[in-house]
Design a protein around this ligand. Structure first.
Ligand code: UDP
Ligand code: MG
Length: 151
């Protein structure tokens, strides 16, 4: 179990629908630690960097249009297995295939409105956290509860 950081975005649909608190709360309750968090408008430039791997795919233009259409909440979460834990809580990419109890399964019905982004792997996580947060925006702090969360 290695300590990792991962990037989470509550996408524009999550913010517009008033689900940011619910989504962040589910992640927070796992014990993962919030080390960065901000409401922000994603620019076209940032969107194309973030979603560069999908350039050329049929859904790319719609995806970039959507992610830049309205603010997102960006979070950097830290903890043991932060990347896979977050991905499990998110559910499958298509909410129609997401299990009940997952964020996408509980709140989504459409692939293009799936509420949340989470880094897919360790390499993406490092790149994406750096893309969305300056070093000065990542806050190191001790939690009194930490020994009750991690052995
Ligand atoms: N997406 C889409 N149509 C598709 C595949 C993906 O609209 O056929 C969108 C969807 O919002 C997804 C994002 O593109 O979250 C990135 O796709 P990826 O395969 O990386 O899924 P994720 O990592 O978000 O589960
Ligand atoms: Mg992805």
């Amino acid at each position: 179990m290695t300590t990792e950081r991962t990037l989470v975005l509550v996408k524009p649909d999550g913010v517009q629908r008033g689900l940011a608190g619910e989504i962040i709360g589910r992640l927070e309750r796992t014990g993962l630690q919030i080390v960065g968090m901000k409401l922000m408008q994603i620019s076209d430039k940032l969107a194309s960097k973030h979603y560069g791997e999908h350039e050329g795919k049929p859904f790319y233009a719609g995806l970039v249009g959507f992610i830049t259409s309205s603010p997102v909440v960006a979070l950097a979460l830290e903890g043991p297995s932060a990347i896979s834990t977050t991905r499990k809580l998110m559910g499958a990419t298509n909410p129609a295939d997401s299990d009940p109890g997952t964020i996408r399964g509980d709140f989504g019905v459409d692939m293009g409105r799936n509420l949340i982004h989470g880094s897919a792997n360790a390499e993406d996580a490092v790149r994406e956290v750096a893309l969305f947060f300056d070093d000065s925006e990542l806050v190191a702090y001790d939690r009194a509860t930490q020994p009750w969360i991690v052995e």
